[in-house]
Design a binder for this molecule. Structure first.
Ligand SMILES: [Zn+2]
Ligand SMILES: [Zn+2]
Length: 76
């Protein structure tokens, strides 16, 4: 179980589980999980994530990895 956001450490709250995805809103029962590093984050950290579809999410770090190779490993 992931009861807190792994980015900002907030506990689960209903208001933190609704993610904007372009025009629509994604209603999640839990925090979004990055498909690559598997970190969980809340809606408050949505800027950290890239939503590709209703089911595919990437965190900021992993999404950038697709554009250019990381120059170093920065801690989460
Ligand atoms: Zn958060
Ligand atoms: Zn990631």
């Amino acid at each position: 179980m992931h009861s807190t956001c792994q980015s900002c450490r907030r506990p689960v709250a209903e208001s933190l589980l609704n993610y904007r995805k372009g025009k629509g809103v994604v209603h999640n029962e839990g925090f979004l999980q990055c498909d690559i590093c598997e970190r969980y984050a809340c809606a408050e950290c949505l800027e950290v994530y890239e939503i590709f579809s209703g089911y595919d999410f990437l965190c900021h770090v992993c999404a950038q990895g697709f554009k250019q190779p990381p120059t170093g490993t920065r801690g989460h």
